[in-house]
Design a binder for this molecule. Structure first.
Ligand SMILES: NC(=O)c1ccc[n+]([C@@H]2O[C@H](COP(=O)([O-])OP(=O)(O)OC[C@H]3O[C@@H](n4cnc5c(N)ncnc54)[C@H](O)[C@@H]3O)[C@@H](O)[C@H]2O)c1
Length: 372
């Protein structure tokens, strides 16, 4: 039995982690939780206790929870701006940590967290969980096996109007439209993690972007009509390069909280002799949906190209990519698999995002990346 603590009992904790943890009943106990808003922690403790059949104690503060006996690790589900401080406390307490994205606000902070985890001899894994999802594990196997030949291009999008219009969103959407978060740090991280998980560390990034809609009017029922000032870029068009002995590869990400919707696939990878495409509509969040695979026909006869449905035979116990993260964390803690969602990879994704912002400020000039 792996014993976890949960920091932050907000939207993602209730809507996504809780149903995902159901798949771990009998293997996991959430034996402690905390939130600065006490009733949220109390409600989470009640629901997770009932779900897993194991009692969950509520602690008034993170410092108190970190003294709880017998914890193997902590899920850090606090808002993005607090990740550095809170993950530092968790690691300093000698506990393993799975942090929601981003790993931290700056590269210096992210690297300090990696050093701290090493010094304390504990593990730090980080969302997004893209590469731990059944779909991207399968995709990596196909790419590595040469199914579509050498990959040359990945195109991706995460484009909508942002959380002010997500009717189901229960948190405060305002922070997402500031420089502290923005569309790339919030949702662009998913494809950036996938691109660099499949192709390895990127060599350079360039971008253009800006604030194209300076105000959002919320349509979340509880916040209907609230006006939100947009103070950070709400549109980013990002280009990535990869160098390598076998030839170059390129990436393109359309990342926006100012686009009503797009029918573009959420992620496409193209190789010398085939393409794989993941549709956004109705939702890329459902891992049970197959991807579209196209292989060129090299023979003289038959159709030049054919799209077929493809994907893993077994998607495992969770159906939502975000839920693959805590599942992977638990499997690593239990010694059932090797870490995939490394802090070094999350730090490289942060390096790309900060590099893209720098490039956009400089009118699109490329920024060289260190990689991981
Ligand atoms: N909501 C989603 O759909 C979603 C999806 C994927 C990832 N995430 C990530 O999950 C994390 C939490 O997002 P959310 O949408 O659940 O936010 P939220 O605001 O709804 O919930 C965060 C909770 O953390 C608590 N908290 C804990 N420590 C805190 C501290 N030190 N200061 C302030 N508040 C503290 C808040 O009181 C709140 O209850 C973020 O990193 C976000 O990027 C969210």
């Amino acid at each position: 039995m792996i014993r976890l603590g949960v920091l932050g009992c907000g939207d993602v904790a209730f809507r996504t982690y809780l149903p995902g943890l159901a798949a771990l009943r009998g293997r996991v106990a959430v034996s402690a939780c905390t939130d600065p808003i006490a009733p949220r922690a109390a409600q989470f403790a009640e629901e997770v206790g009932a779900l897993l059949g194991e009692p969950c104690a509520v602690y008034p503060t993170l410092d108190d929870m970190l003294k709880a006996p017998g914890l193997d690790g902590v899920l850090n589900l606090s808002p993005a701006p607090y990740h550095f401080d809170t993950t530092s406390k968790i690691l300093n307490a000698g506990l393993n940590c799975y942090s929601e994205k981003p790993i931290a606000g700056t590269l210096e902070e992210a690297r300090a967290l990696m050093r701290l985890a090493d010094d304390r001899g504990v593990m730090l894994l980080c969302a997004p969980a893209t590469m731990a999802s059944s779909r991207f594990r399968w995709l990596k196997e196909q790419i590595d096996s040469g199914l579509i030949g050498r990959p040359t291009l990945i195109t991706a999008q995460q484009a909508n109007m942002g959380p002010a219009l997500w009717r189901e969103y229960k948190g405060d959407p305002a922070v997402f439209y500031t420089e502290k978060v923005g569309p790339t740090l919030d949702t662009g991280v998913y494809p950036l993690h996938g691109m660099t998980g499949l192709l390895g560390p990127a060599t350079s990034v360039s971008a253009v972007g800006g604030i194209v809609n300076p105000e959002r009017i919320s349509t979340i029922p509880e916040r209907y009509g609230e006006r939100i000032a947009v103070t950070g870029n709400d549109l980013m068009l990002i280009h990535l390069t990869w160098g390598g002995p076998d030839g170059p590869a390129f990436g393109q990400l359309f990342s926006s909280f100012s686009t009503p919707r797009t029918t573009q696939p959420v992620f496409e990878i193209h190789g010398e002799r085939g393409s794989i495409s993941i549709a956004d509509i109705p939702t890329w969040y459902d891992l049970s949906r197959p991807v579209d695979l196209l292989l060129l026909n090299p023979s003289r006869d038959g159709k030049y190209e054919t799209w077929v449905k493809a994907g893993p035979d077994d998607i495992g116990p969770v159906t939502q990519p975000i839920q693959s993260g805590p599942l992977h964390f638990v499997d690593v803690l239990a010694g059932r698999e090797q870490p995939i969602l490394s802090a070094a990879h999350a730090t490289h994704v942060l390096e790309i995002i900060r590099g893209a912002e720098q490039s956009a400020r400089q009118g699109g000039a490329p920024v060289m990346l260190e990689g991981f």
